[in-house]
Design a protein around this ligand. Structure first.
Ligand code: 5GP
Ligand code: MN
Length: 340
């Protein structure tokens, strides 16, 4: 399958001012694919500005080797440069998301921009805001799609830095190569990336074994909140605002905690409720055929993938949990039918 259609090739051919952006609360796939794509665009002659709608998590900053990422929420230094770049852009590339809401406050500026938008993503049901769409829901990561795109353009442009960024995105979005999106194609792509000198252990260490002690203590606390609902083969954990403060939680600290809920025997769906200052952020994970995406989309203004989705609620924390408990009976038969 060719990702680079003739019209995309045409637009990439002449040098341009390009903005590359990603989803809010960016993860390693958002950052790795965006920085990898940006490095490729720079190599082929474009002027590139990379913007994150929110702060880059501490354990991912090292991926930004050139300190290129502007933070749209940084009102001192970042915001005005972001707005200038969006205004001057001839092309805006949106990586690892296809729902405008995931740009947070940046959405209105991207919506209003005159430049065409190229979306590169692997989430289901892209919203129709792309002028050019490279969407492949069978890809494990957006970084995997970027890897193919660079190969289609000119494989000799791949280098160690780009390979490391793309490797990081693929590794994290496959749960370190253990989720059911870890296909033969993933391993082939990663095997090729490793030829450029990627050190798998280093990337893993930098991302996962690089936490402040307080994050691990917060994980310990989260685990102590696990509630299991055997009838629905569901577990959930809760992080209150007070807990986040007590453990000095910063951006990205809560990533990955939700996955522990699936380690409980017979549990096929798990949920993490995080009480942020202006909303309750909800993470959903499931196994096999049960679609948390459907549930997140239908009830919690969210979406994502079949087995990994996110959503939000403007109710209080306790009302949000009540709402969740209230809808579980509708999914009882589906949950009971899952093969774990
Ligand atoms: P997480 O629980 O790690 O925040 O998100 C899990 C997956 O769902 C990720 O692929 C993420 O991109 C997606 N996701 C998280 N929140 C939202 C949301 O509000 N809307 C949509 N469409 N996807 C989301
Ligand atoms: Mn992704």
């Amino acid at each position: 399958m060719a990702y680079l259609t003739d019209s995309i090739r045409d637009i990439l051919r002449a040098p341009k001012n390009i903005v590359v952006t990603m989803h809010r609360d960016p993860d390693a796939d958002a950052i790795g694919s965006s920085l990898g794509w940006a490095a490729f665009l720079t190599k082929i002659g474009h002027r590139v500005t990379v913007i994150s709608p929110t702060e880059v998590p501490g354990n991912l900053i090292w991926l930004d080797t050139g300190s290129d990422i502007l933070n749209f929420e940084d009102r001192k230094a970042g915001r005005s440069l972001c707005l200038e770049a969006i205004d001057a852009a001839d092309l805006i590339c949106c990586l690892d998301f296809s729902a405008m809401g995931r740009l947070k406050d940046m959405a209105v500026f991207i919506n209003r921009a005159k430049a065409p938008v190229l979306v590169i993503d692997h989430h289901l049901d892209p919203e129709p805001f792309a002028t050019f769409l490279i969407s492949d829901v069978s890809a494990a990561a957006t970084a995997q799609i970027v890897y193919y795109c660079i190969g289609e353009w000119d494989a000799s442009l791949m280098d160690e830095v780009i390979a490391e960024r793309l490797y990081a995105g693929i590794m994290t979005d496959t749960g370190s190569f253990r989720h059911n999106n870890t296909t033969r194609e993933v391993h082939l792509a990663v095997a090729d990336l490793m030829q450029y000198g990627v050190q798998a252990d280093k990337v893993h260490r930098m991302i996962f074994d690089n936490s402040p002690l307080s994050r691990l203590q917060m994980l310990g606390h989260s685990l102590s909140t696990i509630t299991v609902l055997p009838e629905f083969r569901t577990s959930y954990m809760v992080l209150t605002h007070k807990t986040l403060e007590a453990f000095h939680s910063s951006v990205g600290d809560t990533d990955g905690i939700v996955n522990f809920g699936l380690q409980v025997e017979d549990v096929v769906m798990t949920v993490l409720f995080i009480e942020r200052s202006n909303e309750v952020k909800i993470s959903f994970r499931s196994v096999a055929d049960f679609s948390v995406r459907e549930l997140a989309h239908a009830h919690f203004d969210g979406g994502g993938h079949k087995n990994a989705s996110g959503g939000r609620s403007n109710l209080s924390l306790s009302a949000t949990i009540e709402k969740f408990l209230g809808i579980l009976p509708h999914y009882r038969e589906q949950l009971r039918a899952v093969n774990k």
